[in-house]
Ligand binder design. Structure first.
Ligand SMILES: [Zn+2]
Length: 104
């Protein structure tokens, strides 16, 4: 992403902190929902896709958790119940631990 200009603050992407600040401020909800055939999906919502590279984040989650998943607007859907592991990955990538809510 180097060489890019941030659309929010106008600074070069490598010194812009918008995304880091956005991650700290966002309240993210992680829940598990039952889909067809009783399969569980982990749904992460609350991430502002204008401020955070949600697709990159989804890719990171899928790689680290070795599962399938998709991005739907502001939500990341992952196959299986990945709530705990997904939370750890979000924290590692800059989200504030106390703003991530696990739903049961
Ligand atoms: Zn910025």
């Amino acid at each position: 992403m180097s060489g890019d200009i941030c659309k929010v603050c106008g600074l070069p992407a490598d010194i812009c902190t918008c995304s880091a600040l956005a991650k700290e401020r966002q309240v993210v909800e992680i829940s598990a929902v039952k889909r067809r055939f009783g399969k569980l999906m982990t749904v992460i919502h609350g991430i502002d896709h204008k401020m955070v590279d949600i697709k990159g984040l989804a890719k990171q989650l899928k790689t680290k958790l070795a599962c399938g998943g998709t991005v739907k607007g502001n939500a990341i859907e992952l196959q299986g119940d990945q709530r705990q592991a997904a939370k750890k990955i979000l924290i590692a990538s800059g989200f504030a631990e106390n703003s991530i809510e696990l739903k049961y």
